[in-house]
Design a protein around this ligand. Structure first.
Ligand code: ADP
Ligand code: MG
Length: 259
C-alpha cells in the first residue's frame, strides 16, 4: 500500500458555525474523524460541545460551513452547484448511520430492555422482529446484560439503563456513535461499568465521538482529545499531549479541576 495513502475520514467537519438568534455558539469548528477512531471532546459547560454533536446528527442545522459523514453532506445535497435541503426521508437515512447516547438515557418505561432495543429497527426501519431480536440479544451480550432482556427500566440500575441505551443506539448498526456525557447523570459507583462498556466498543473498532468529563477514559480510550472553549477548538492532539502537556492556558486551567 502507498505509504502516503490516507483513509477517507468518516466525519469531515469544516468551519462549522451555529448560532441561536444572537448567540453564536459554534465559531468555526474543524474536525476529521477517521474510521475506527475514538475522539474525546473536553471543555467547560456552555462551550458548545452538545451543540456540535447535535449538528453532526442534524438535530440542529448549521449556519455556515459543512459537515460530511460517510462522504455525504449532512442535511443538504449539492444540486446544480447549490446546496439544497434534503427531504425528511433523506435526513432520516443519514441519521440511521449515526447512533447517539445522551446523559438522560430515556428508555421507554413500559417496554423491556429487549423491546427498547428492537423498537427503532422494527418500528422505523422495517426489520423483521426475528432478526431485530437476534441482533438485540447479541447487543445485550456486548454490553454485559444478557440476563436483563426481559427487565423493565425501573428494574435496572442507572448504569444498566445506560448500557441498554447504548445497545439501543447500536441496534440501527450505525457507522458512528456520538456520546454526550453518558455518565454525568449516574451515581459515582455506576460510572465504571458504563465506561468499561464504552472501552470495549472502542477497542472493537467502533468510530466514536465522546463528550465527557471522565479524564481517565480520555487518557485510556481516546486516540485524540479535543479541548473546546467558547465555541472553538482551543487545542487538540494525542491524549498524552493534551492531558499531560497542555499548551494553552485555558486547557490548563480546565484540567486543573480534575487533579
Ligand atoms: P456544552 O454542551 O458545552 O455545555 P451547549 O452546546 O449545550 O454547551 O451550549 C452552548 C451554548 O448554547 C450555551 O450558552 C447554551 O445556553 C446555548 N444553547 C444550546 N442550545 C440552545 C438552544 N436550543 N437555544 C438557545 N441556546 C442554546
Ligand atoms: Mg453539553
Amino acid at each position: 500500500m502507498n505509504a502516503l495513502a490516507t483513509v477517507e475520514p468518516l466525519v469531515h467537519a469544516r468551519n462549522v458555525h451555529k448560532s441561536f438568534d444572537q448567540l453564536e455558539v459554534l465559531k468555526g469548528i474543524d474536525l476529521d474523524v477517521a474510521p475506527g477512531e475514538v475522539v474525546v471532546i473536553l471543555g467547560p459547560s456552555g462551550s458548545g460541545k452538545s451543540t456540535f454533536l447535535r449538528c453532526i446528527n442534524h438535530l440542529e442545522a448549521i449556519n455556515q460551513g459543512s459537515i460530511m459523514v460517510d462522504g455525504e453532506q449532512i442535511g443538504y445535497r449539492l444540486r446544480k452547484g447549490r446546496l439544497e435541503k434534503l427531504s425528511n426521508n433523506a435526513i432520516a437515512a443519514q441519521r440511521r448511520k449515526i447512533g447517539m447516547v445522551f446523559q438522560q438515557f430515556n428508555l421507554y418505561p413500559h417496554m423491556t430492555a429487549l423491546e427498547n432495543i428492537i423498537e427503532a429497527p422494527v418500528g422505523i426501519h422495517g426489520e423483521s422482529r426475528k432478526a431485530a431480536t437476534e441482533n438485540a440479544l447479541t447487543l445485550l451480550e456486548r454490553v454485559g446484560l444478557s440476563e436483563k432482556a426481559g427487565s423493565y427500566p425501573r428494574q435496572l440500575s442507572g448504569g444498566q439503563q445506560q448500557r441498554v441505551a447504548i445497545a439501543r443506539a447500536l441496534a440501527i448498526k450505525p457507522k458512528l456513535m456520538l456520546f454526550d456525557e453518558p455518565t454525568s447523570a449516574l451515581d459515582p459507583e455506576l460510572v465504571g461499568e458504563v465506561l468499561s462498556t464504552m472501552r470495549d466498543l472502542a477497542s472493537q473498532g467502533l468510530t466514536m465521538i465522546v463528550v465527557t468529563h471522565e479524564i481517565g477514559f480520555a487518557r485510556e480510550a481516546a486516540d485524540r482529545v479535543i479541548f473546546m472553549d467558547g465555541g472553538k477548538v482551543v487545542e487538540h492532539g494525542k491524549p498524552e499531549d493534551v492531558l499531560g502537556n497542555p499548551q494553552h492556558q485555558r486547557t490548563r486551567s480546565f484540567l486543573a479541576r480534575f487533579i
